[in-house]
Unconditional design. Sequence first.
Length: 423
Amino acid sequence: MATAAAAGGVKQAFGLRRHIALAAFWFGGNYHWGVILPVLIPYQISHLVPSEQRGSALGIALGAGAFFAMVLPPLVGYWSDSLSTRWGRRRPIMLVGTVLNAGALLLLMVAPNYGWLLVAYLLVQITNNVAGAAFNGIVPDIVPGDEFGKQSGILGAMVQLGVVTSLASYFYLFSAIGRPLLTYAGISVVLLLTLVPTLLAAKGEGMTPVERRPAKPPVEAIKDFLSPLAHGDFAWVIFTRLMITGGIWSVFPFLQFFFHDVARIPGADKFTSLYLLVVLLAATPFGLAGGWLSDRLGRKIFVYLSGAAQGLVVLVFVVFYPSQTSLFFLLGVIYGLGYGLYYSVDWALACDTLPDRDRPAKDMGLFHVAYTLPQVLLGSVLGFVLDLFNRQSPNSGYRVVFSVAIVFYILGTVFVSRIKSVR
């Protein structure tokens, strides 16, 4: 059987600089989504549709995007596993997808009505998921197995740093000069710039062609395609990621509305950015250090602590409906601790349990779906739930929606306990 090194090119020694360069694209990806879903899309919708329809309008956009977030990553990953070009298997897909993604963002920036916004948003989803699917295959292709924890920690830090920088750019630059939608242009530039070091760090991937496997009957091929979801530790890793990410994105898209409707905070869009900055600044050191520590202490303890911290904060939101800004910032620090702890071991868990090291991109595409699907699908479904319950009793929808997040966090800690091959 071919080795992983043969599939992706020789795995050379990794210094810290190469780890960081490889993770640069993940910084760009989180800079991209960090402000679009919780701030920019709700902001645009609040200006393009009547207030009583904004939850449903957000739900339609995110729900339509959910289809592409679910289908594209494993399909593109499957294709890239067998692709052979002079530039590698993953990098050409990343390049084309990112350039098109940058263009789609500019269309979203100038959307004059909801229909335009919807189409542009779907183009962003398609192009970003294509590029992201290829990137997910690069990490197990070229990172040595004994350095998965270190790479996971750096990738976890890039989640927080990307979102922090994105929100800071929005809050302190584009919104401060009265041009919040110009943030989209900034995102386009960052995406293109962060692509470059990752392409250079991944030089040599995919140079050895992978042997094509015999074609299978359609039903058998579909079963084989989805088999990582049916059994084994990798399935529990995917389900854990799905639940923890579901908890996060049952809250994030509705924070701006919560701060406006329940806490009655003036300038709720700017306060949302500031709150998320606190969350992510608190998360960053844990995201960076947790991956390295997990090589010694094990991965699962970080997921347990993460679910407890994030679930506790959301419980306070549900029970007390707080309105004091100082309390929100304290809760943001606690939430950030949990957020950072999970993402410090997220990638390491996946790379540790991959069922097929020779062809990792398809399986990592399924893993990627567990990250992207909750971001778009839950906003869709829960947007309608929010409006439904708010019509029955003012602001009661927030209690229902945020309670869903608590359930997700509990399930995430249960699912990770089922993983047997990783501490």
